[in-house]
Design a protein around this ligand. Structure first.
Ligand SMILES: [Zn+2]
Length: 473
C-alpha cells in the first residue's frame, strides 16, 4: 500500500536522526531534487542544513509539524502511538493517504469530496467521467476535510470562504501535484482535488489518435520556423497534451523554447516553463512580454483568455516566432470569431494564423467486452455509410463495468490558404470560412470520430456524447 511517507529512495537520502532533529519529512526525489516537508519552508537555515547533509538540492514544501512528526514515525519505522488511540486524526490521515493512493492508481484526474447526510460522498473522475468511489463516514468527515486542507496549506479554521491550495503526493519515485479547491455549500465544505502527474512520460504526437492525413499536415505547420498554431476545444479535451507533444518534437537544442502555463501540467525537457501566479503578479501577458525580451524562437501560451495576451501572441507570430496556444471554441472555423472577440484585428489574424486544430477526447471501447451490433438501416442511411455493424459498450472486470478503457482524441485541422486568409480578413462568417477551408481539405472532426466508431475504437453513443453533431451532412 502506498502511503504518504513511503518513498524509500527519498527516505534513504536523509538519515533518520537528521529527519527527526529538523522535523523534516522526505517526500520524493526527482532530477537530483529532494522534496522535503517542513513546518516552515521559508526556514533557510534548515534548508541549508538539509542540503549540506544530503548533497542534494532541497525543495521545501509546507506541512503541519504535527503531521510531519506523525509521518516520520511511520516512515522511519517507529510507532509511538498504539493503533487506535489517535482520536479521529490518525484514521483521517490514513483515509486521506489511502484515497490519494487509490485515486492515483485508478488514473483519476480529479477527486470530488461532497458533504451529505450520510457522510462524505467521494467520486473520482476517470477518463473524463465521474464515478462513485466511496463514502467517508459522517463521524470522520470533519477530520478528513481538515486533513486534506491542512496538507494543501489551506486555513482549516475558515469553512465559509472558497479557498485553494496544493501539495505534493509521492508516488512511484515521483511527486504527483494535487491542487485542492474548497467551496462552502449549504451542507458543508465541498473539496475538489485535481491531480497532475508532471513527471509522467511526455506524450507522443504519433500516439494521440491523430489521423495520419491530419498528422502529416499538422507536423509541417508545427515544425515551421514561424507561425501561429491554435488548438481549440472545451476544458478537458486534451489540448495541452497536443501542445506538449508538439513541443517535444522540436529541436530545443537550437531554439529558445518558452512556455507560460496555468498550471504547468507536465515538465518538459529543454523548455523554459513559467507557472502563472496571479497573486504574485505573474500573469500571462506579463510573462509573455518578458519572454519577448529574451530572444525567443518558440513560445507556448497555455491558454488564450484575454485581449492583452492575444495581442502580444499575435504580434510575436507576426515578428517571426512560432507561437502555440489553446483556446475555448467549438470547432476550428469558429476559433476565428473567438480570437476576433478577444480584440485581435482580422487582418492580423489572417496574416499570422497558420493552423487551427479542434479536438475532443472520446473513451475507447474495452476490447475485452465490446459487443458487435448491427447498425439500424435508417442510421446507416442518415450517416451515409455502407458498413452494417459496429461495436457498442459491454462491461467487464477489466473496465470496471463501464465498457470503456482509456481515451483517444478526435481531431479536425484547418489550414489557412489564400482563400481562407482573404475570408478571415474581410470578416466572413465561420460557416463561409468552413466552406472555403473544406475545398483545401478541411473535414469536421465528426468525420474522424465516425471513422473511429466504424473501426471499433469507440462507440456511436460516445461520439454523440462528445462530438458536436448537427445530424445532417
Ligand atoms: Zn470491459
Amino acid at each position: 500500500m502506498a502511503t504518504f511517507a513511503a518513498n524509500p529512495e527519498a527516505l534513504a537520502r536523509l538519515p533518520r536522526a537528521l529527519a527527526f532533529r529538523y522535523d523534516a519529512l522526505p517526500l520524493g526525489l526527482a532530477d537530483g531534487v529532494l522534496s522535503v516537508a517542513l513546518a516552515d519552508p521559508a526556514d533557510a537555515a534548515t534548508v541549508d542544513a538539509l542540503r549540506a547533509a544530503t548533497r542534494l538540492r532541497v525543495r521545501p514544501l509546507p506541512m503541519a509539524r504535527e503531521a510531519i512528526r506523525e509521518h516520520l514515525h511511520v516512515a522511519y519505522g517507529e510507532r509511538t502511538e498504539p493503533a487506535g488511540e489517535g482520536g479521529s486524526t490518525v484514521p483521517a490521515v490514513r483515509a486521506v493517504e489511502l484515497l490519494f493512493a487509490r485515486a492515483i492508481a485508478a488514473h483519476a484526474s480529479d477527486i470530488h469530496v461532497e458533504p451529505g447526510a450520510d457522510g462524505g460522498r467521494v467520486r473520482l473522475r476517470v477518463d473524463g467521467i465521474l464515478r462513485e468511489h466511496e463514502t467517508i463516514p459522517a463521524g470522520l468527515l470533519p477530520a478528513f476535510v481538515s486533513r486534506l486542507k491542512l496538507l494543501a496549506g489551506m486555513d482549516i479554521a475558515d469553512r465559509r470562504t472558497p479557498q485553494d491550495g496544493r501539495c505534493g503526493v509521492p508516488f512511484e519515485q515521483r511527486e504527483i501535484d494535487a491542487r485542492v479547491a474548497s467551496v462552502p455549500t449549504t451542507d458543508g465544505e465541498k473539496l475538489v482535488v485535481r491531480l497532475l502527474d508532471r513527471y509522467a512520460a511526455t506524450p507522443d504526437l504519433g500516439a494521440l489518435g491523430i489521423p495520419s492525413a491530419i498528422l502529416e499536415r499538422y507536423r509541417l505547420a508545427a515544425n515551421a520556423p514561424w507561425g501561429f498554431i491554435v488548438v481549440t476545444g472545451p476544458t478537458g479535451s486534451g489540448k495541452t497534451t497536443t501542445l506538449y507533444a508538439s513541443l517535444t518534437e522540436l529541436d530545443t537544442g537550437s531554439r529558445n523554447v518558452c512556455s507560460v502555463e496555468d498550471p504547468v501540467e507536465m515538465r518538459l525537457g529543454g523548455v523554459s516553463q513559467v507557472q502563472v501566479n496571479v497573486r504574485a503578479g505573474l500573469t500571462f501577458p506579463l510573462v509573455l512580454r518578458a519572454f519577448m525580451r529574451q530572444d525567443p524562437n518558440v513560445v507556448m501560451v497555455g491558454e488564450m483568455r484575454d485581449a492583452e495576451t492575444a495581442a502580444v501572441a499575435v504580434s510575436a507570430a507576426l515578428a517571426g516566432q512560432l507561437v502555440f496556444t489553446t483556446l475555448h471554441a467549438n470547432d476550428a472555423p469558429r476559433t476565428i470569431d473567438r480570437l476576433a472577440e478577444l480584440g485581435v484585428a482580422r487582418h492580423s489574424l489572417a496574416a499570422a494564423l497558420t493552423a487551427v486544430v479542434a479536438q475532443r477526447l472520446v473513451r475507447t471501447l474495452c476490447e475485452q467486452c465490446r459487443v458487435r451490433e448491427a447498425i439500424p438501416r435508417p442510421r446507416r442511411a442518415s450517416l451515409g455509410i455502407a458498413q452494417d455493424a459496429w461495436y457498442v459498450a459491454g462491461g467487464c472486470r477489466a473496465c470496471a463495468g463501464s465498457g470503456y478503457l482509456g481515451r483517444t482524441g478526435v481531431y479536425e485541422l484547418m489550414e489557412l490558404d489564400d482563400g481562407v486568409r482573404d475570408a478571415i480578413a474581410t470578416g466572413a462568417s465561420s460557416v463561409q470560412i468552413a466552406q472555403l477551408a473544406a475545398r483545401g481539405g478541411y473535414r469536421p472532426m465528426r468525420d474522424d470520430a465516425l471513422a473511429k466508431v466504424l473501426a471499433g475504437t469507440t462507440s456511436f453513443d460516445e461520439l454523440t456524447r462528445v462530438v458536436p453533431w448537427s445530424g445532417a451532412r
